[in-house]
Design a binder for this molecule. Structure first.
Ligand code: KDG
Ligand code: MG
Length: 402
């Protein structure tokens, strides 16, 4: 089953996506997401200029060997650009294998470990009242878990707040906008937001919060401690992911569960955090952590330490990644939760898919392969449009983590 064609498709149906399409001599094709938000074209070049020539003529069934060939053969290993490119090849190969065997990918991964996958949605508001209303809306839709983000009194712009509704999109067209940040204003406010949400909705719904890499370890420890009475499902990215020893300090001070990993590229980024049990949830996902082949290795390591998965699932991860993540989530034993930020209707039309949402849970569907397609003619009507994530500065103008 030789690969005879490999194409990179760039489109922007509401936001930018990069998709790899591999075609075999038997006429089967597979899709892989290769979107790296704000650096999309770097992955396009990596694939087109350096990976595609290596794929033509390879046996599409040799998934592990192709992974190792691309990873080890590059010499310059790891990193978000290279690992996203490898992930897209890997996803496309699993898609082809599923289609060839006429089974959904989760069956190739060991079958379903659960009936469906619990997901969390994003409740965003510019103030507490709006965040309460957004949380209520998600709960009415059947969600069992909601991430709450809120504008901070005294700050004009805050991560996770802005376009509201069901389709929050963090990237902005053109050059990056700049946000202003105050740790003190944030820390004095957030515990009162969650106290109000618990008062409003009681102990049952799972509540999550993304700190978005903005605190120092001791500040994060203070926040985790203050949030303990509100028993969050998790506090995400309390400090920049590379401040790995900082997680130990946070751990010494609080029982609030910790999630990290959406920016990790490989098992080597999270090995220490998992083995030292410094985190509770690993958030790496298919597209940015080397595909299903590599993410499964991360999950298996995590399983030994009772660390559960919580895959990143923002809108910049295309429906191809979302489908792959759901096959992974359904099959892997130590699944925890899946993030689900809905795509716009334009995106869903370009990427028709078999996955579905019902009452707070998702299922990848039983279509052969990943169960997601691309309408290339429609995709061509949405050309790439430069967009960046915002940049963050403290009130005195110092560049800060976003
Ligand atoms: O591209 C970056 C976004 O995906 C990220 O900002 C979203 O932090 C995020 C999340 O938890 O979904
Ligand atoms: Mg996040």
């Amino acid at each position: 089953m030789r690969i005879v064609d490999a194409r990179v498709i760039v489109c922007s149906p509401g936001r930018n996506f990069v998709t790899l399409k591999l075609v075999t001599e038997d006429g089967l094709y597979g899709l892989g997401d290769a979107t790296l938000n704000g650096r999309e074209l770097a992955v396009v070049s990596y694939l087109q200029d350096h990976v595609v020539p290596l794929l033509i003529g390879r046996d599409a069934r040799r998934i592990e060997d192709t992974w190792q060939y691309l990873y080890k053969g590059a010499y310059w290993r790891g990193g978000p650009v290279g690992m996203t490119a490898i992930a897209s090849v890997d996803m496309a190969l699993w898609d082809i294998l599923g289609k060839a065997a006429n089974v959904p990918v989760y069956r190739l991964l060991g079958g379903a470990s659960r009936e469906a996958v619990m997901v969390y949605g994003h409740a965003n508001g510019k103030d507490v009242e709006e965040t309460v209303a957004a949380t209520a809306h998600y709960l009415e839709l059947g969600y069992k878990a909601v991430r709450a983000q809120c504008g901070i009194p005294g700050l004009a712009s805050t991560y996770g707040v802005g376009r509201g509704g069901m389709f929050y999109e963090p990237a902005e067209p053109g050059l990056p906008p700049e946000n202003v940040w105050s740790t003190e204003k944030y820390l004095s406010f957030v515990p009162s937001l969650f106290a109000r949400l618990r008062e409003e909705f009681g102990p049952e719904p799972h509540l999550l919060h993304d700190v978005h890499h903005r605190l120092t370890p001791i500040e994060a420890a203070r926040l985790g401690k203050a949030l303990e009475p509100c028993h969050l499902f998790w506090m995400e990215d309390p400090v920049p992911a590379e401040v790995q020893d900082g997680f130990r300090l946070i751990r010494h001070h609080t029982t609030t569960p910790i999630a990290v990993g959406e920016v990790f590229s490989s098992i080597f980024d999270c090995r220490h955090l998992i083995q030292e049990q410094l985190i509770d949830y690993i958030r790496s996902t298919v597209v940015h952590a080397g595909g299903l082949t590599h993410l499964r290795k991360i999950a298996h390591l995590a399983e030994m330490y009772r660390v559960r998965t919580g895959c990143h699932g923002a809108t910049d991860l295309s429906p191809v990644c979302m489908a792959a993540a759901l096959h992974f989530d359904l099959s892997v034993h130590n699944f925890g939760i899946q993030e689900y930020m809905r795509h716009t209707d334009e995106t869903d039309q370009v990427f028709p898919h078999a996955y579905s949402f019902e009452d707070g849970y998702m299922h990848p569907g039983d279509a052969p392969g990943l169960g997601v397609d691309i309408d290339e003619a429609l995709a061509a009507q949405y050309p790439y449009a430069r967009a960046y994530l915002p940049v963050n500065r403290r009130e005195d103008g110092t560049a800060h983590d976003w």
